[in-house]
Design a protein around this ligand. Structure first.
Ligand code: GDP
Length: 419
């Protein structure tokens, strides 16, 4: 062995190459593959109507992903619960394809009683985890579709005071299921001073209620520039955003996306004016992969373990589970058995239902038979009574009506034939 190679703590030897091998090209391979396959990202937007959710999404991706919303006609009733709506779009920039899914939650916080506004949203996030878990348990896992929510942008009303109970309740219910990114909506309605104070209040409320919001992780060995960039982003949370898709002219003759006021122009893409640029940078340029990774490795993993635990499969949270094929097989077998049990129960139910249907049908035919039997019996009885009546009339020598004569003749004919 080469004694000059220092051994690392993990017992790995660092080797010096004697010439070019080619694996330095690995990152490019990964890059090419990703570009070919395209990227997929699902963002959820939550907040009351009119806080600028659709405008912000359109501004973020510089597209009219959201059609213009028409106000509801007065006679049309508003829905009574939080609805979940999903929009997907393939957007392309310099040959790189991004499949963007936006999950909107119209109705959140819009009712008189908003006690359970968070529930349909939690259900939707969990249903997406379930769909992924189900795919993981399939034999063929080559075409996994990831519809899990990778980021939830939560719109806080620009009240300038503090978080409201509905904000706290929502975040408390969701922080361990989704990457929460709080934003102060329509921040152009607050002064710089008010924004600073409001941010501090929001952050202290978040800390007080032990809510975990997404914070860009900082890794060891990261270069200084990246660390500084991350810090700048983290320092802006909760992002004070302004959205606008309209281009306007600034007094100094530039055309910018922004909002115009008598006292001046608020530029969306100007970091001096709002935090929109930082939010976009985090979501799209620097942390999209982190958001997806955190969703998969932490949030989904937690949900998955709890679900399996509830199904009676004990799990080890350490890395050991990942590399222990026996544990993995046991887990898969348990899942498979649970699935079989579910199928068996379903089949039993279907069988019982079919038997009940057949029994009902038989009972119905039986009743029909009885009814027909009764009808025939009544008809025969009627005929017998009529005949008896006729016999009595004949015997008493009373004349018969023509109809009775003919039936009498038939009877006589029958009588003579028989004799
Ligand atoms: P949503 O119901 O949350 O999707 O809200 P919309 O995006 O439909 O916006 C509602 C209204 O607020 C529209 O008239 C927008 O032009 C306006 N709006 C959106 N974003 C902002 C913003 O950042 N500042 C201000 N002042 N108004 C905004």
């Amino acid at each position: 062995m080469n004694g000059s190679n220092p051994q690392t703590a993990a017992g790995l030897a660092r080797k010096k190459l004697m010439g070019y091998v080619g694996f330095a090209n690995l990152p490019n391979q990964v890059h090419r593959k990703s570009v070919r396959k395209g990227f997929n990202f699902t963002a959820m937007v939550v907040g009351e109507s009119g806080l600028g959710k659709s405008t912000l999404i359109n501004t973020l991706f510089n597209t009219t992903l959201y059609p213009r919303k028409e106000p509801l006609p007065p006679h049309q009733e508003r829905p009574k619960t939080v609805a979940i709506e999903s929009i997907s779009a393939d957007i392309e920039e310099n040959g790189v394809r991004l499949r963007l899914n936006v999950v909107d939650t119209p109705g959140f916080g819009d009712f008189v009683n908003n006690d359970e506004s968070w529930k349909p949203i939690v259900d939707n996030i969990e249903a997406r985890f379930d769909a992924y878990l189900e795919q993981e348990n399939r034999v063929n896992r080559s075409k996994m579709q990831d519809n899990r929510v990778h980021a939830c942008i939560y719109f806080i009303q620009p009240t300038g005071h503090a978080l409201r109970p509905i904000d706290i309740e929502f975040m408390r219910r969701l922080h361990q299921k989704v990457n929460l990114i709080p934003v102060i909506a329509k921040s152009d309605t607050l002064t710089d001073e008010e924004i600073l104070q409001f941010k501090q209040r929001v952050l202290s409320d978040i800390a007080y209620h032990q809510i975990e919001i997404f914070r860009a992780p900082v890794y060891e060995n990261e270069d200084e520039e990246t660390i500084a960039e991350n810090e700048e982003i983290v320092n802006k949370i909760p992002f004070a955003v302004v959205g606008s898709n309209t281009e306007i002219d600034t007094p100094d003759g530039r055309r910018v996306r922004g909002r115009s006021y008598p006292w001046g122009v608020i530029e969306v893409d100007n970091e001096e004016h709002c935090d929109f640029v930082k939010l976009r940078q985090m979501l799209i340029r620097t942390h999209m992969e982190e958001l997806k990774e955190h969703t998969n490795d932490v949030l989904y993993e937690k949900y998955r373990s709890e679900k399996l635990l509830a199904m009676g499969v004990a799990q080890d949270h350490s890395v050991f589970k990942e590399v222990n094929p026996a544990a993995k097989m046991a887990e898969e077998r348990a899942l498979h058995e649970a699935k079989l049990r579910k199928m068996e129960n379903e089949m039993k139910l279907v069988f019982q239902q079919k038997v009940a249907e057949k029994e009902a049908k038989l009972k119905q035919s039986e009743e029909e038979l009885y009814a027909r039997h009764r009808e025939m019996r009544d008809a025969l009885e009627k005929q017998r009574l009529e005949l008896e009546d006729k016999r009595r009339r004949l015997e008493s020598g009373r004349p018969l009506t023509p109809e009775k004569v003919s039936s009498q003749a038939t009877k006589k004919k029958g009588f003579s034939l028989r004799n």
